[in-house]
Design a protein around this ligand. Structure first.
Ligand SMILES: CSCCC(=O)C(=O)COP(=O)(O)O
Ligand SMILES: [Mg+2]
Length: 237
């Protein structure tokens, strides 16, 4: 695949196992929403997220117990709601910093990221997980801090919903890399379609055992692991 200057990575289902997120991270956040709302209610990030929850449910006066109930319902539904992701990110960041949590990456991912980084390809992340969660996730990698490999972090708060082409256009502006030289890797067809509409290249990552494996990746080129994605013919601009 020639002429790729930037690779943008989805996390869940692409670099990392959905099972890990759902079985380890989600319960960790569920048991801590109540304490976060009580302990850090005045924190600007918490207050903003609580305001967004109230707005989304149309209940401006919802108390902390109601907000916690809504967060848990969204968690059960695996809804990628921005305020849920903001609050999870704060909880997980504390968990990673405390050593309660360590991140998961499929074994083909880190060698490919190191190879691409060494070849001068910029690596960015675009995930429904908040920027705070992404930062903590990459900092607590299986081989130590992976943040030096990563040039930028994007989420639904700073870029917008992952199934809307305008979000990818916003990231293109931030990256300063032409859309046609930017490659997006994701397990979800809706995200890949939106990226392609914005002019990006796409590869659907279809890992056996992942929830979206059977669903496929539509008419996008597909790979079962990162070592099937060959960027070695990249030409110098
Ligand atoms: C470390 S990010 C946590 C994963 C998460 O909560 C999530 O929603 C990931 O979604 P993605 O967009 O990466 O599929
Ligand atoms: Mg994903």
């Amino acid at each position: 695949m020639p002429d790729v200057d930037a690779v943008v990575l989805d996390i869940e289902g692409t670099t990392s196992a959905t099972g890990f997120v759902v079985d380890v991270l989600y319960p960790y956040s569920r048991s801590r929403f109540g304490a976060l709302l009580a302990r850090r209610g005045d924190d600007p990030d918490v207050a903003r997220a609580v305001g967004q929850v109230r707005e989304l449910i149309g209940a401006p006066d919802a108390d902390a117990a109601r907000v916690e109930e809504v967060l848990n319902t969204w968690l059960d539904e695996d809804r990628k709601a921005t305020p849920l992701k903001t609050l999870q990110g704060l909880i997980w960041s504390e968990g990673f910093a405390r050593g309660d949590l360590a991140s998961h990456f499929y074994e083909d991912v880190l060698p490919a990221l190191r190879r691409w980084h060494a070849a001068g390809i910029a690596l960015h992340v675009y995930s429904s997980g908040s920027v705070a969660a992404q930062r903590a996730w990459f900092a607590a990698g299986p081989e130590g801090d992976l943040l030096p490999l990563v040039d930028g972090l994007y989420d639904t708060e700073n870029a917008g919903p992952k199934q809307e082409a305008d979000s990818y256009r916003r990231i293109t502006t931030a990256l300063g890399v032409p859309a046609g030289r930017t490659l997006f890797l994701s397990d979800r067809t809706g995200e890949l379609d939106a990226a392609r509409t914005a002019g990006w290249r796409t590869v659907g990552v279809r890992r056996p055992g992942e929830p979206y494996y059977e669903h496929g990746v539509g008419d996008h080129p597909e790979a079962r692991a990162f070592d099937e994605i060959d960027l070695s013919t990249r030409s110098t601009p």
